[in-house]
Design a protein around this ligand. Structure first.
Ligand code: ADP
Ligand code: MG
Ligand code: MG
Length: 540
């Protein structure tokens, strides 16, 4: 390895090791300084007063609403109950906890509602019925209705009172910090990670918090020359509307003089292509195949729930994080389905295209279940289903194979994985697994996934079977990544600026708020003045 690469790698490794505030700029408090509450008036007038968005979805909003409830003796119990109800637990402990919650709440229900005329409309299921439904379906959400009742109650009077409290003022102050303009100076830049169609992807770090991200740059001239505007905007808009632990999150979208930038969840563990082919014999062990397939399946379900078809499933688009969890990345080809629930368009990578895409039909989510079949096949066999290693069939030959050829299964495939692949690689979309009406649920119930507890997986509580080495950089050496060519003769004008301003929307609220909490900045900065004082203390 060349010296340049070693220097770039060790700088990156040092930066990402820095926890506990190490990566923050010495000016970080100033960078995140709250404006005076009088400067939040416009925001207070314009912000949508939606309980679900303000107190459930936005992480800082949720925390402040909880702090408000904890400050109120008559609301404390709701918050404890809410915490207890949303704790993800392994199956064997759920029954005990469920009984404990039911008993405890029925015993203390008088303290839940000190004034009987304010009685809470939360109906807890009887413990016996909880046990029965958990025996029937260990993954079932027994407290769903009761959580809804709680929200129903909290979104009434308590939510109104919250908006009059210093906690909501503080929320507005955080929102003002969140909405600060984003420029390249917000970040430190580390090594180049990879190259995409419109530009390069770099490792970067937010100066104020120390958080590491990957910055995907789209060169303005390239985008214009290749008419990539709608594709770029599409990718950005789809990403900003998602909040899934199995899809990379967008944290910031901003522009520089030469590029449009998407700042994404940093995935340090490399892509699945690298893990399938570059470590030992091609292919992965069964437990890893199962785990990655299960997480990808959840990611696809999250996309499909938002009516998004991904269309680009292949090993190089599935990235690993520090702990070995995967996320789906590169949503450039993803599309939001309209009412008709169908699209057309021959997009994707030929080797992974579903038959209905190749034959120019209208299609929907079915293509992603085909893609999952290809992925599971490739992870197991160490080669894709319709092309051997080193073979380069012509486009028409490849199309013919996908449309007509039966894929082959060697002895690396156990019975279950073989069965799953052949159900997913069913040529006729209506007969394919995942397309029978129950969508992803059908896939999750397949025998190959019997060992996977999807409820725990969704909560991020299943230990990955492989953890990437924190001292290794899982990407090509810097000098081996081809330099990005420059385009000449493209002139940017006002129409381009209109498009850039649609792209350049700054921080994405949920991701930004998670960053502030995760990096410890919330804990350190969210200090209130002496108890009882109406406005938050502004100096420290
Ligand atoms: P394109 O859409 O232009 O193909 P990608 O999103 O696939 O761009 O990114 C190009 C390359 O950059 C990837 O192959 C990968 O090596 C790297 N990369 C992309 N996103 C991330 C990320 N979130 N974390 C780490 N590396 C990434
Ligand atoms: Mg790509
Ligand atoms: Mg792309």
């Amino acid at each position: 390895m060349e010296i340049e690469s070693m220097v770039a790698n060790s700088a990156l490794i040092r930066a990402r090791e820095g926890g506990g505030g190490k990566g923050r700029s010495w000016k970080w408090r100033e960078m995140l300084r709250f404006p005076h509450i009088s400067q939040c008036e416009d925001l207070a007038m314009s912000i949508e007063r939606d309980y679900y968005s303000l107190c459930v979805k936005q992480p800082i909003g949720k925390k402040l609403f909880q702090l408000f409830c904890q400050s109120r003796p008559d609301l404390q119990n709701y918050i404890s109950l809410q915490d207890a109800l949303s704790l993800p637990l392994p199956d064997d402990r759920r029954v005990c906890v469920c009984v404990r919650i039911c008993l405890h709440t029925s015993l203390t229900s008088s303290s839940l509602c000190p004034q009987s005329n304010q009685c809470v409309p939360v109906v807890l299921p009887h413990e016996q019925s909880c046990i029965q439904s958990l025996e029937f379906d260990p993954c079932g959400d027994v407290f769903h209705d009761c959580r809804e009742d709680l929200h129903e109650y909290l979104s009434g009077e308590p939510f109104l009172q919250y908006q009059d409290s210093m906690f909501f003022d503080r929320f507005l102050q955080w929102k003002m910090v969140e909405r600060q303009p984003i420029t390249k100076h917000v970040f430190r830049q580390y090594r180049l990670l990879g190259k995409g169609g419109f530009g390069e992807v770099w490792a970067c770090q937010v100066r104020a918090t120390g958080m590491m991200y990957a910055c995907k740059k789209l060169e303005k001239t390239h985008v214009k020359k290749r008419r990539g505007e709608s594709m770029a905007l599409n990718e950005k808009q789809i990403l900003e509307g998602l909040d899934s632990r199995f899809v990379v999150n967008l944290a910031y979208a901003y522009e520089t003089k030469h590029a449009l930038c998407m700042v994404l969840t940093m995935m340090n563990g490399g892509d699945l292509r690298f893990h399938i082919y570059n470590i030992g014999a091609p292919g992965l062990e069964e437990d890893r195949v199962r785990f990655y397939a299960a997480e990808v399946c959840c990611g696809l379900m999250h996309l499909h729930q938002e009516s998004i078809v991904y269309r680009d499933l292949k090993p190089e688009n599935i990235l690993l994080d520090d702990n070995g969890h995967i996320r789906i990345s590169d949503l450039g080809l993803a599309v939001r389905l309209s009412e008709s629930r169908m699209v057309r368009g021959r997009v994707g990578t030929l080797g992974y295209m579903a038959p209905e895409v190749i034959s120019h039909e209208h299609y929907g989510k079915t293509v992603d279940w085909w893609g999952l079949g290809c992925l599971i096949y490739e992870m197991t066999a160490g080669q894709p289903p319709f092309r051997s290693r080193g073979e380069h069939p012509s486009t028409s030959d490849m199309e013919r194979r996908i449309l007509t050829q039966q894929e082959e299964y060697n002895d690396k495939f156990c019975q279950e994985v073989k069965d799953l692949c052949s159900l997913l690689l069913t040529k006729e979309p209506r007969q394919r697994l995942g397309c029978w009406g129950a969508n992803g649920k059908e896939v999750q119930s397949h025998a190959f996934f019997k060992k996977i507890n999807f409820r725990m997986l969704e909560a991020g509580l299943v230990e990955p079977p492989f953890k990437p080495d924190p001292r290794q950089v899982y990407c090509s050496d810097v000098q081996d990544i081809e330099e990005f060519s420059t385009v000449k003769g493209v002139i940017l004008d006002q129409k381009d600026n209109n498009f850039y301003s649609k792209f350049n929307t700054g921080s994405v609220p949920i991701t930004w708020q998670n960053e502030i909490i995760e990096m410890g900045c919330f804990r350190e900065l969210n200090i209130f003045g002496p108890s009882g004082s109406r406005s938050p203390d502004l100096d420290w």
